[in-house]
Design a protein around this ligand. Structure first.
Ligand code: AMP
Ligand code: ZN
Ligand code: FE
Ligand code: FE
Length: 278
């Protein structure tokens, strides 16, 4: 078993990088990727714990891209802190996130939703974002769950949403390859495409340099996972997988096993490694 998609306190997970690795070891994972949003600074702590526990730490991150049919999340693997071009782009994204957060709390306040910048920073640290605003609103009794905070206020298209810049997918793929990493399409069903559009979109992303799609996703039904693995095979892409563990921010997903029925094959990581540019 491996898990190629997890989040820590460096972004919007509730467990430290070291703790996420411990949970992976307890679940029986041979390898774990830490894929915090827009940042690599959890990698050293995760790797140190992985070395102690004898499992492989795959360094990575998750970034949002803008594509014609919506917002795409990309997982980028084998990026080390100090990897150059890609990390520089992450620093730009981090600055844009900080600016968005200032606008977000002002906007939420104007809607009568009490979230201050200090509270947001206390909740989320350097990686603070919408999930932390959601947690604050839940603690204050404004909403009953993080899910509800997104559905009613924070999701794109809802009244509390504030836009932030997103990368083009070709830039993600090219910068990843330039930094000797590989890019993978995260949770492809979030795009909510018809089967025909999914097929053509995945083909376009493969042509842009994406190496895989996340078929074995923690929150998907077995039949959807199988369908996505078949789609990956049709496009010559690696079928990867992971839980998208966020701790208390997504309480129904556990490291390694997702909702309980996930078991990503070790071979996915071997295949992905073969896509690293020489
Ligand atoms: P941000 O990067 O601050 O804009 O927050 C985006 C993150 O919020 C995503 O990467 C997810 O982890 C989480 N998120 C986005 N939409 C939802 C949703 N509808 N329900 C729960 N969490 C969400
Ligand atoms: Zn997240
Ligand atoms: Fe995501
Ligand atoms: Fe994620």
């Amino acid at each position: 078993m491996i898990d190629l998609h997890t989040h820590s306190t460096m972004s919007d997970g509730s467990d430290s990088p070291a703790r996420v690795v411990e949970l992976a070891a307890e679940a029986g994972c041979k390898a774990i990727a830490l894929t915090d949003h827009d940042r690599l600074d959890g990698i050293p702590g995760a790797r140190a714990r992985a070395e102690e526990l004898g499992l492989e730490l795959v360094p990575g991150c998750e970034v949002s891209c803008e594509i014609a049919v919506g917002t795409l999340h990309a997982l980028v693997y084998f990026l080390e802190p100090g990897c150059g071009a890609f990390e520089h782009e992450l620093f730009v994204l981090q600055g844009q996130r900080d600016e968005r957060n200032v606008q977000l709390v002002e906007h939420l306040s104007s809607l009568g939703l009490p979230v201050s910048l200090d509270e947001l920073t206390a909740e989320g640290g350097r990686g603070a974002g919408r999930p932390h605003a959601a947690a604050i609103l839940m603690r204050k009794g404004v909403v009953g769950s993080i899910r509800e905070a997104f559905d009613v206020w924070l999701a794109r298209g809802r009244p509390g949403y504030i836009e932030r810049p997103r990368l083009a997918p070709q830039r993600v793929a090219q910068l990843a390859l330039a930094s000797r990493g590989v890019a993978v399409v995260a949770h492809p069903l979030s795009l909510a495409l018809s089967p025909a559009s999914m097929h053509s979109t995945v083909g376009e992303l493969a042509a842009l340099g994406f190496s895989g799609i996340e078929a074995w996703y923690g929150d998907y039904e077995p039949s959807d996972r199988e369908g996505l693995a078949a789609l990956a095979a049709r496009h010559g892409l690696v079928a990867t997988g992971g839980s998208d563990y966020h701790g208390t921010y997504k309480p129904h997903l556990q490291v390694g096993v997702g909702r309980g029925d996930l078991d990503v094959d070790d071979g996915a990581l071997d295949e992905l490694r073969q896509r690293i540019p020489a």
